[in-house]
Design a protein around this ligand. Structure first.
Ligand code: PRX
Length: 657
């Protein structure tokens, strides 16, 4: 293990711009032949058979890809399979007694499920749901925190061919109702509550409030997570999970045969307009794609103890806690709580205890770890780790290097994976057994993925120039449509850069990006996060990265505010590390840091020091709100924030300036 206090090492890492995959990792990597890029390009779309081959099919597909009705692509056409059978039944003979899920509650309680035990509970849950009236193609909503019953219920739905729609437990009652109404979902699986920072949190009241806003009849299953810590009563049309499963103890439910293109699940995600978009994913394409990327990028093997520290309420948890790892028969760790309870080393204690081999988390978490300091990971043995991953937002080089050094101890490749709810799985990242890593750049598109950075006219931009990320080829994990709204599907994702007349269909993820001479993509953020200063387009993420690189800075958000002369000026909201001092000198260093990294054009006009940034419940910085503050605009409703109080403080600072 490297000495965490070694200043020379710190200086070398700060300067180093590229990193090679560790030889020890390459030797054992699932994918280590650089020829894979060419092999996929030469055999496209047949190359995707490799992904489909990771699954068991009841009926072989006739065609890999059908493009008769673009952009409504169809994958593995004619094939039939069941996702729950692929995640459970097929593993029973070989590894029925191996652990599928190792769950840890926030209070330290643990639950372990072997593949056989998980299979048993999923069968019982499937039987119970059926008896309650769930039929094939009925949408079952789930509103649950990180407890094992959530993946159980998802797999039970998959088993009986009922698509699930998981609503993140941190969402409001109103959000739940909106989603249930939009999907005409008549079934809900929820729980009484869960633990947060040691307190028993009532969840079922919120679920009930949401149900009151549902415009049709519903049946609800309630899991008892809190026992005596929270009394709850079942209302009409509500049943207890344990009772129902007990009634079906030992039940066998044959997995329903699903067409490859049948819907596996719906996931509502936010768009530029207020109404959530119901992203539809299918059984064959999605499952093949998440199994393939888990294998190739996360390097998952059955013998691993893999940990994705996301929440199943988001796509990352669907793809890389539930479906990908279980399809590959590995052991997954699942953690209920927060990373700083009872102390800031909780995650490292879990890595140490379970001998976690891969860890996949978000840059925002890494920046929090950085702020807390390296003493927390340093107190634990993290040598079991062999790969690290990040997802969800751009990771600035400083955070990347901190993760690489203090968590990976310089012996784990870091995969910075760009993708979206809509893409189903990873799209742009280095392959950990092959690619040189460049902190800050996600990497090249994965084999078989066609991605380009283009200008407003759809022409490829020169290396180093900012533009729009686009995807030129379909891929198996892609969303098939927005639920019951084909028109919006085309408008949102295909209208911008496609040319239907000449049958050229281009997917637009609404992200800004640049690409370097080696084909590495740096994602700059959503295009609505781009500021235009004197006609120059600047990624707020780039500015933030520059600010965060300044010594003493923990986190930053940069937004554009109206400016008489420049059009927009940069406002920088900055959180300092514990112990760093707010001062004119610090402000100057921040401004200089931005000028040095990007150019004088990006200099922040205003630097606002703040102890916190307004964040959504999913942990994303609410840049729009910071823009409104900068622009002196009406802030609208801030109650959906994780920390609404911080807004007033920041507003007072900016407007008092
Ligand atoms: O802006 C990109 C950012 O997250 C968006 C997708 O968000 P969501 O659908 O919630 O899915 C998050 C988990 C896959 C993208 O449009 N994003 C995601 N991963 C990265 C990223 N930005 C930069 N680098 C990434 N690795």
């Amino acid at each position: 293990m490297s000495d965490p206090e070694d200043p020379q090492l710190e200086a070398r890492l700060a300067e180093q711009e590229t990193f090679e995959p560790p030889a020890e990792f390459v030797e054992q990597a699932n994918v280590s032949d650089p020829g894979i890029y060419e092999a996929f390009a030469d055999a496209w779309p047949a190359c995707w058979e490799r992904a489909a081959d990771l699954l068991d099919w009841e009926t072989d597909y006739d065609e890999v890809l059908v493009e008769d009705d673009e952009p409504f692509y169809e994958w593995f056409v004619g094939g039939e399979l069941n996702a729950s059978a692929n995640c459970l039944d097929r593993h029973l003979d070989e590894r029925g007694e191996d652990l599928a899920i190792q769950w840890e509650g926030e209070l330290g309680d643990t639950r372990r499920f072997t593949y056989r035990e998980l299979h048993r509970e999923v069968n019982e849950c499937a039987a119970a749901l059926r008896e309650l009236g769930v039929e094939e193609d009925d949408v079952v909503t789930m509103y649950m925190p990180m407890i094992p019953e959530l993946p159980v219920a998802m797999l039970a739905c998959a088993r009986i061919g009922a698509p699930h729609s998981v609503v993140f437990a941190g969402f409001s009652a109103e959000a739940l109702a909106t989603r249930m109404n939009a999907a005409d979902s008549e079934f809900l699986v929820t729980c009484d509550g869960y633990y947060r920072r040691g307190d028993a949190l009532d969840h079922v009241s919120k679920a009930n409030e949401g149900l009151a806003g549902v415009d049709h009849g519903t049946t609800t299953v309630v899991v008892d997570r809190l026992g005596d810590d929270l009394d709850h009563e079942l209302g009409d049309d509500q049943v207890g999970y344990d009772d129902r499963l007990a009634e079906h103890a030992g039940a066998d439910v044959a997995p329903v045969t699903r067409d490859a293109e049948d819907m596996l699940f719906l996931m509502y995600t936010s768009g530029t307009t207020g109404r959530p978009k119901g992203v539809k994913h299918t059984t064959g394409g999605y499952l093949s794609y998440v199994a393939w990327t888990s294998h190739a990028v996360l390097d998952v093997d059955p013998a691993d103890t893999y940990w994705c520290a996301a929440d199943i309420g988001w796509i990352t948890g669907h793809s890389y806690i539930v479906y990908g790892p279980l399809a590959l028969g590995t052991t997954s760790v699942m953690y209920e709580g927060t990373p700083d309870y009872p102390d800031k080393d909780r995650l490292w204690e879990i890595v140490d205890t379970y001998d976690v081999t891969q860890m996949y988390t978000a840059p925002t978490a890494i920046r929090a770890f950085m702020k807390w300091g390296e003493k927390y990971p340093a107190g634990h043995d993290l040598s079991s780790l062999r790969l690290l991953g990040t997802v969800g937002e751009p990771i600035n080089p400083k955070a990347w290097k901190w993760y690489y050094r203090h968590i990976g101890e310089e012996s784990c490749p870091v995969v910075d994976t760009w993708w979206q709810t809509e893409t189903g799985g990873m799209m742009i990242t280095t392959l950990p057994g092959i690619g040189t890593m460049k902190p800050g750049a996600a990497g090249p598109p994965l084999p078989g993925i066609g991605a380009q950075v283009v200008d407003a006219d759809g022409e490829a931009v020169a290396a180093g120039e900012a533009g729009y990320l686009t995807v030129q080829r379909p891929w198996p994990g892609m969303l098939r449509t927005l639920y019951r709204n084909d028109e919006r599907f085309i408008d949102e994702y295909w209208a911008e850069y496609s040319d239907p007349e000449s049958d050229e269909w281009v997917y637009f993820p609404e992200d800004g990006a640049k690409i370097d001479g080696d084909g590495y993509v740096t994602v700059l953020g959503r295009v609505d996060d781009v500021v235009n200063v004197s006609g120059h387009r600047l990624g707020t993420m780039e500015i933030e990265s520059a600010i965060v690189a300044v010594e003493g800075v923990a986190e930053a958000a940069a937004v554009g505010g109206a400016h008489d002369v420049k059009g927009e000026a940069v406002y920088a909201y900055v959180i300092l590390e514990d112990g760093a001092e707010q001062s004119d000198d610090m402000e100057q260093r921040i401004i200089q840091g931005v000028e040095d990294a990007i150019g004088a054009i990006a200099r922040p006009d205003t630097v606002i020091f703040t102890p916190e940034l307004p964040k959504t419940r999913s942990g994303k910085i609410m840049r729009r709100l910071l823009e409104d503050i900068a622009n002196d605009d009406d802030l609208g409703n801030t109650s959906t924030l994780r920390n609404p109080d911080v807004v007033e403080d920041i507003e007072a600072k900016v407007r008092g300036d």
